[in-house]
Design a protein around this ligand. Sequence first.
Ligand SMILES: Nc1ncnc2c1ncn2[C@@H]1O[C@H](COP(=O)(O)OP(=O)(O)OP(=O)(O)O)[C@@H](O)[C@H]1O
Length: 252
Amino acid sequence: MLLSVEAVSRAFGGVRAVDGATFGLAAGEVHGLIGPNGAGKTTLLNIVSGLLRPTSGQIRLDGTRTDGLAPHRVAALGVTRTFQNIRLFPQLSALENVLVGEHLRRDAPLWRRMVFHPAAAREERAARERALALLERVRLADRAGERAGTLSYGEQRRVEIARALGAEPRVLLLDEPTAGMNPAEVEQVAGLIREVAKLGHSVLLVEHNVPLVSKVCDRVTVLNFGRVIADGTPAEVMRDPAVVDAYLGTRR
Ligand SMILES: Nc1ncnc2c1ncn2[C@@H]1O[C@H](COP(=O)(O)OP(=O)(O)OP(=O)(O)O)[C@@H](O)[C@H]1O
């Protein structure tokens, strides 16, 4: 497995938000993580991306433990994410928003950024070209100069995905990328997720949109009350009685 979640638990006071969750993400796979409200999906994503430490259990990326590492370290190892709420600078252009990610990753010494230097100018040009190429990957190159705040919701999501792809992640974590989108925008994101996987990035997708998950995911893990209740192909998990019960809210 490229990414392994091994017996991970996280409690908040008395609430077991994640309770002994185990599952794996294979290389090149689009893996869905679904479950009713409050099932622990975002908490698990926060643990995988380093924003939260698990109370117990381990996360491994290609065998290397990543749980307990700071988010920038986890990102440097190849796991990047987008958030449920869009986190762009609305006054900056789409290109500049992607460039912010490029700048954060570049480790040019401070003096180089403060005084004019031919090498810095060259680096800046290269960073812009890369940012434009990233926008091309999400089919937004033609909107590169537009202020992010004026783009449609779906386009803003794609800018965020472009920025995350700038880190060349081995694993891309998407937290409800279609929340609040209209059906046409959902369709575009579905296509984009498959393209991202084809480019060699594995994807862990947290979603409420079950038809989308069925369409784009190779495998799905279902959480309920912090526990994994099913794991398999979309068709397998959708006909699992435990999953049907969890979604209909009936308890045995
Ligand atoms: N920082 C926190 N402090 C206390 N409780 C928390 C905290 N974060 C999450 N929880 C609780 O942990 C449980 C799991 O929450 P989480 O947000 O991970 O679920 P989710 O599956 O992502 O839900 P949703 O689909 O609504 O986004 C919930 O009962 C929630 O109230």
